[in-house]
Ligand binder design. Structure first.
Ligand SMILES: Cc1ncc(C[n+]2csc(CCOP(=O)(O)OP(=O)(O)O)c2C)c(N)n1
Length: 574
């Protein structure tokens, strides 16, 4: 049937099971916006295109589906760039559809012409320029397949205005289309290769006395949480989490050591440095988790499993490297494994931790001040570790990772690889739209919140109930912390003013609360959780609080700056 290109775009989205998209219109995407009215798809009108990509990203993380963002050419398309890079770094499947000027105008510096495929070349898994209506359907289908297959990631489809206006044959597919599942990445390694590697891996495991599993985002992405838990229990191996691996083992599990890396638990980093075997599951040895590579885990053999072969041996040389979907590999590996105990090793890690494993700060006397750790701890307590928590980037992000103990996979959502300030609020909105049944909290700094606060009005227009906890310390806190440690407290460009957030909430027609004392936390949280609409919470926390411990950039992983007080990581002194 002959159909306009603009309609083919939406028909393809419907084909792919898309029911919600995030976007902002403009001249070059106008035909598509006109056709939108004839298709059963909810369009969320954002206030800035960056918000659309973060919402699509949050939506994808929470739903397991592809997130879709739309923008016009030129400034609309370039406003998507940060969110696309964010999705690329964290392997999130999103498809961004941009309008492009008509083909006959391309290359003439036409009004709102930018070369968005050129601009996004290195921050997309793939991108396409479509100049003919007949190419729209096959390209859209390919875009979804690429976004979801193997290691997921963002795909841009740039469609010229004439392609949207022309007609072409469009036939819906006979079979229900589906993107490749992550399991299809298994095809990356032949069965024979995996089996011989597994033999070597079993030899290393049998010889190991001090093994540690490094649990990464890939566990959640491949749906391998059960397999990892069974593996850890059978081989009796403690598990350290990367920031994006949080939730892959329940927080209370006795083998869960907590987070590793720059702001990880000191005993996790020390255990990694003492280990004789690292089992890296779906993680990529990011510099924030390894510290100085030359002194990283010097005694450890390494087994590395990742769906992306280009990650193997990239930062850290592996003794056994397996390219494949983690769940599929573990399903093959588990039946070949022998059970083992590592009691002495776990006792040693317990010794390293000392009394510091307890982060329960609920019973501490109230000294009249409010600390970020209190706020996050109290949100955790109130929600029993079962809310979906979306963070922005900075100190509050690290405190959220440390103090919000996740009992379920997929409920800690954060910008890991790119560290994108401004991610928290729009991503939380995408999460809520994907999971309307769940309680969703955005935990953000006063800096990051101000980057994308325009989306509060989108929240109102679309009636999205997210509780926004602004950890308001009057500084770009994480940068201030670096200045405190490494620049002799010369606070250059980090003191930060804020609007009156209660009035701001009011101006948007939302409820706002200010909390300055711990004693008022319980009532405030009760109000926010019970309110039908979004609530904006201004937590006035201690201004010069510091995230401990910290591995200085370039330092060895065990070389951590610890809280000066002897009570250290108990949080007892905060
Ligand atoms: C878009 C962007 N710009 C700059 C940075 C660098 N940066 C990292 S953390 C941080 C401070 C964040 O301050 P705030 O949002 O108030 O959170 P806090 O650290 O105080 O919790 C900055 C500026 C960044 N990560 N992202």
């Amino acid at each position: 049937m002959k159909t306009k290109g603009a309609h083919i775009i939406w028909s393809c989205l419907v084909e792919q099971g898309v029911d919600t998209v995030f976007g902002y219109p403009g001249g070059a995407i106008l035909p598509a916006y006109d056709a939108l009215l004839d298709h059963p798809i909810r369009h969320v009108l954002v206030r800035h295109e960056q918000g659309a990509t973060h919402m699509a990203d949050g939506y994808a993380r929470a739903s397991g589906k592809v997130g879709v963002a739309l923008a016009t050419s030129g400034p609309g398309a370039t406003n998507l760039v940060t969110g696309i890079a964010n999705a690329m770094m964290d392997s999130i499947p999103i498809v961004c559809i941009t309008g492009q000027v008509a083909e006959m105008l391309m290359g003439s510096d036409a009004f709102q012409e930018t070369d968005i495929t050129g601009i996004t070349l290195t921050i997309t898994k793939h991108n396409f320029l479509v100049t003919r209506a007949k190419d729209i359907a096959p390209t859209m289908r390919k875009a979804f397949q690429i976004a979801t297959s193997g290691r997921p990631g963002p795909v841009v489809v740039d469609i010229t205005k004439n392609a949207q206006q022309e007609e072409a044959e469009y036939e819906p597919p006979i079979d229900k289309p589906k993107g490749l599942s992550p399991q299809d990445g298994k095809g990356l390694s032949t069965r024979g290769f995996v089996s011989s590697s597994l033999e070597q891996a079993n030899q290393l495991l049998a010889a190991a006395k001090k093994p540690v599993i490094l649990a990464g985002h890939g566990i959640l992405k491949s749906g391998a949480c059960d397999e990892v838990r069974r593996f850890a229990e059978l081989a009796h191996v403690p598990v350290g989490m990367t920031l994006l691996g949080i939730g892959s083992l329940p927080a209370h599990h006795p083998l869960n050591l907590g987070m590793m890396g720059m702001h990880g638990e000191h005993w996790v980093n020390e255990a990694i440095q003492e280990a004789d075997l690292l089992l890296a599951f779906g993680m990529r040895f990011d510099d924030r988790v390894t510290g100085k590579l030359a002194s990283y885990a010097p005694q450890a053999k390494k087994i590395h499993i990742d769906i992306d072969p280009s990650e193997l041996h990239k930062n850290v040389r592996a003794d056994v490297a397996i390219a494949g979907d983690l769940r599929a590999v573990l399903q093959e590996w588990l039946p070949t494994m022998d059970g083992k105990r590592h009691d002495a090793w776990l006792a040693r890690i317990g010794e390293l931790a000392g009394g510091a494993t307890v982060r329960d700060i609920a019973e501490l006397p109230d000294n009249g001040k409010l600390y970020a750790a209190h706020v996050i701890h109290d949100i955790w307590k109130a929600t029993a570790g079962r809310a979906i928590v979306v963070t922005d980037v900075g100190q509050h992000q690290m405190w959220a990772a440390q103090y919000y103990k996740c009992e379920e996979p997929g409920i800690f959502i954060t910008s890991g690889g790119l560290g994108t300030m401004g991610f928290g609020v729009p991503a939380a909105m995408g999460v809520k739209l994907a999971r309307p049944d769940r309680e969703v909290w955005a935990i953000v700094g006063d800096g990051g919140f101000q980057m994308t606060q325009a989306e509060l009005q989108t929240m109102v227009q679309e009636n999205i109930k997210v509780n926004v906890a602004i950890i308001n310390n009057g500084y770009l806190g994480m940068v201030r912390q670096w200045q405190e440690f490494f620049h002799q407290r010369r606070y250059s460009a980090t003191p930060l003013s804020s609007p009156d957030y209660v009035k701001l909430a009011d101006a948007h027609g939302l409820s706002g609360i200010r909390v300055t004392r711990r004693a008022d936390m319980a009532d405030a949280l009760r109000h926010a959780r019970a309110a039908a609409g979004a609530v904006i919470m201004d937590f006035r926390v201690d201004q010069e609080d510091t995230v401990y411990p910290m591995v200085s950039p370039g330092a060895a992983l065990h070389d951590m700056i610890k809280r000066p007080n002897a009570l250290s990581e108990t949080g007892a002194d905060v």
